[in-house]
Design a binder for this molecule. Structure first.
Ligand code: NAP
Length: 262
């Protein structure tokens, strides 16, 4: 199916690797011009080069820097003639025990995983509404539906974003102007981040890394981890011209791991 996105512009935050890169690749395959972002300039440029090579007709621009910094947000927004598609993403907060977290830890999590997406949404949605097309996809986490004990900073900050978005997406001045805002909730995806958390758990338990990977995968009904390409494909579908009636939703992509009916 042609997703009707050719010639659109997307800002995909935190997109040199992992799920963000998967979204950028899927949008590029639909003919979407891109602004990519990540802190590490080298990996960012390498991702951009790979995308330019695969899609010579597209514009792929890079803005290196921490997306939670207002100056980086401004540069990323200014890098495209207009933003038709915004994919919000950033690194997840570290695991730990809430007894060890101080105000500064909470503020960092809120900045990266709640206030930054809200600032970027604020910057783009009214322009999208004026042009009659806009798609916002926030990469959050399955932890919003089923909290993960050690990821309290993520559970809290992302739930805050989710509650805010639930209200905003339903504003008639946005929903009525073909501007949709949805959240994509990853379960376990085979990215660098997942590799790091499994390596840490292998070290803690003294088990071999492969054993930890297999045990974790066996706990998922799909019996495997998701891929960034699968994640990106669903992101592109949410951004499609055809998805204009789909807004304010939390789409869980977890191979069946969440056990509830709803
Ligand atoms: P990843 O493989 O570690 O990739 C993260 C990407 O984000 C990299 O390109 C990284 O590049 C960039 N990045 C990180 N912090 C950034 C910042 N402050 N500003 C700009 N770019 C930043 O991670 P992932 O697995 O794709 O995860 C993406 C998001 O999904 C995270 O928030 C994660 O917590 C969440 N999530 C992932 C899973 C999973 O199974 N993978 C499950 C649930 C939730 P630089 O380091 O160079 O900046």
């Amino acid at each position: 199916m042609d997703l009707g996105l050719k010639g659109r512009w997307a800002l995909v935050c935190a997109s040199s690797k992992g799920l963000g890169r998967g979204c950028a690749e899927a949008l590029a395959a639909e003919g979407v011009n891109l602004v990519l972002n990540a802190r590490g300039a080298e990996a960012l440029e390498a991702t951009a080069a790979a995308l330019r090579q695969a899609h010579p007709g597209l514009e792929v621009r890079c803005v290196a820097g921490d997306i939670s910094q207002p100056a980086v947000q401004a540069a990323a927004l200014a890098a495209a003639p207009q933003i038709d598609i915004l994919v919000n993403n950033a690194g997840g907060p570290p695991p730990g025990d809430f007894r060890d977290w101080e105000r500064e830890h909470w503020l960092a999590a809120l900045e990266a995983n709640m206030l930054t997406p809200i600032a970027l949404i604020k910057a783009v949605v009214d322009g999208m509404a004026a042009r009659g097309f806009g798609r916002v996809v926030n990469i959050t986490s399955g932890a919003v539906k089923a909290p993960i004990d050690v990821l309290g900073l993520s559970n809290g900050a992302r739930s805050g974003l989710t509650g805010f978005v639930a209200g905003l997406a339903r504003q008639p001045r946005l929903a009525g102007a073909n501007v949709t805002i949805n959240n994509l909730l990853p379960g376990a995806f085979d990215t660098e981040r997942l590799g790091k958390t499994m390596a840490a758990s292998a070290e803690r338990s003294g088990q071999a890394l492969e054993q930890v990977r297999q045990q974790r995968a066996q706990g998922i009904p799909a019996r495997r981890f998701g891929t960034a390409a699968e994640f990106g494909a669903v992101c592109a579908m949410l951004c499609s011209a055809q998805a204009g009636y789909l807004t304010g939703q939390n789409i869980l992509l977890d191979g069946g791991a969440y056990p509830g009916t709803f």
